[in-house]
Design a protein around this ligand. Sequence first.
Ligand code: TXA
Ligand code: MG
Length: 349
Amino acid sequence: MSSEPGRRPEVLQGEAGVEPAVAVLRQGGLVAFPTETVYGLGADATNPDAVRRIFAAKGRPADHPLIVHLGDAGLVEAWADVVPVEAHLLADAFWPGPLTMLLWRSPKAPDVVTGGRDTVGLRVPDHPLARRLLEAFGDGVAAPSANRFGQVSPTTAADVVADLGTEVDVVLDGGPCRVGVESTIVDLTGDEPVVLRPGGVGLDRLADVLGRQPEVHRGPAPARAARAPGMLAAHYAPRARVVLADAERAAQVANALASAERGRVGVLGPRATDGLAPGVVELEPAGTPDEYARLLYARLRQADRLRLEWLVCVPPPARGVGVAVRDRLTRAAASAPADAPAPDPTAGR
Ligand code: TXA
Ligand code: MG
């Protein structure tokens, strides 16, 4: 299963693709598959050589751990050493679904999957094709998001082909992803559950099940940053530089950037933005927090296709999956290259 230059992956539509995809996994190959959050780049999690191919395909540093995807919550006991009561509560409430739990790993979890850590990330995704694939495979499939390192996550099969085309053996096409941002990651290896990444399961829903508001890790606190090394700002950024603005000020900021003539400027928000100067590109508004999440990465990719230098983003309200959208936008805004000129939205006034 080696990739030849210029080779295209096999893109298989719907359920007919499941059987050949399972065969590819068994042979140590790479299968990109849809989940409800984003597309994953999967390999047999028990096969270290196959998992190593994921890192090569993505250009991802080898010490970044991967989530093990399971078709059945019953497999958690095989992959995790200790399963606290919170894990059972969360699995019953949210699996299959956009929740990843970090647990102490069992000997079954290879170092290449955990990045040498003592913990393993486990998730039962909720997409009919992912479920069919995982059930038929019968064991863990290690999968990061199916983008090249440094790109935003793919939410369509076409995004996967554009990013990783020649590196993947099979792409299962299950249409656009329903949630659109990655899973919520909850660390259950400490005294208290800690949310390491907000995602498809909102914090209020977690609190309802846990009986208390979980601690949310914010910012690059070194101790916790080491726990989720994939949380670098640049992981969620387009090439365009993202600038955050309130709805009332978005037009002013966008127009000032446009008149400073530092490249093309776009605007993205939950609603239409009035008063934009000619030449400022308005991306189609993203509506409710759920819709914003579903469309976010497609819009960021569109910004790059349009060769925007700047994207002024109005975040959605911080409720439900809106918290995850705000998290990704904040990371994108923080990841401006160090050598770029500082944004000066008042320039040209
Ligand atoms: O929605 C999702 O979670 C998607 C789909 C494909 O399931 N997957 C995804 O994977 O977003 P990835 O690799 O792009 O992001 C997973 C994050 C990374 O930040 C990684 O560092 C963290 O989870 N992670 C996984 N296992 C971990 C572990 N044992 N310890 C600490 N962090 C872990
Ligand atoms: Mg990723």
